[in-house]
Write a protein that binds this ligand. Structure first.
Ligand code: BEZ
Length: 210
């Protein structure tokens, strides 16, 4: 069965471009972004892994460790990383899992046989420090993902964990946030200051940590 929000992210050991690792040990107390791609030396994947490397500091600022996976072998990953670094003008520092036996891909349901019997689709799992799955995304092979959106969701999840606020449509870091129904308006004023009440169920406050 596929993984659902709130499920425990399954642990595994795997061979990667940075050596063998245990997933939970690799994550430690960090958040994780585990994302699959169909194959090495393919154009869309090359741009995605380049973008992930370019966002290295943004991930680090948020205490997030990225880790990629495909069913290609380590030798191929290492050769491809040189190409990614060259063509995308980056330095890939995060591990890429070589899931030749498809153990991890199957654990995370990343092979969708009606799309392809043999390779992973573009899955994304955001995993929190308690090892709970907090977001799942699945994209087709032909569509590169938007890594700004992945960072945006991490910002929203971390804000929710810290301040018990929600974030509205198209929110980006710094925009007004939404008071959840569990918090009454008096309490919201105490916690966040001014509350803009549009309807009793639709209330905005300034983002607290900005
Ligand atoms: C790509 O990464 O460019 C790609 C991979 C598999 C199918 C289509 C595109």
């Amino acid at each position: 069965m596929s993984l659902r929000l709130g499920d425990n992210a399954p642990n595994f050991t795997a061979v990667t471009s940075l050596g063998e690792l245990n997933f939970y040990e690799y994550l430690g107390d960090s958040w994780g972004v585990l994302f699959s791609h169909p194959a090495d030396f393919t154009p869309v994947c090359t741009t995605e892994l380049g973008r992930t490397a370019a966002l290295n500091e943004e991930f680090a600022k948020r205490n997030v460790k990225p880790i990629a996976i495909s069913v290609d072998d380590v030798k191929s990953h290492k050769e491809w990383i040189s190409d990614i670094n060259d063509t995308q003008n980056v330095s890939v520092q995060f591990p890429i899992i070589a899931d030749e036996d498809k153990k991890v891909s199957e654990l995370y349901d990343m092979i969708h046989p009606n799309a392809s019997e043999t390779v992973t689709v573009r899955s994304v799992f955001i995993i929190d420090p308690a090892k709970k799955v907090r977001l799942t995304l699945t994209y087709p092979a032909s569509t590169g993902r938007n890594f700004n959106e992945i960072i945006r969701v991490i910002d929203s999840l971390q804000l929710t964990d810290k301040h018990k606020l929600a974030t509205p449509v198209d929110w980006s870091n710094g925009d007004s946030c939404i008071v959840t129904p569990a918090v009454d308006t008096e309490k919201a004023k105490e916690l966040f200051g001014k509350v803009e009440v549009i309807r009793p169920y639709l209330r905005y406050v300034k983002q607290p940590n900005k």
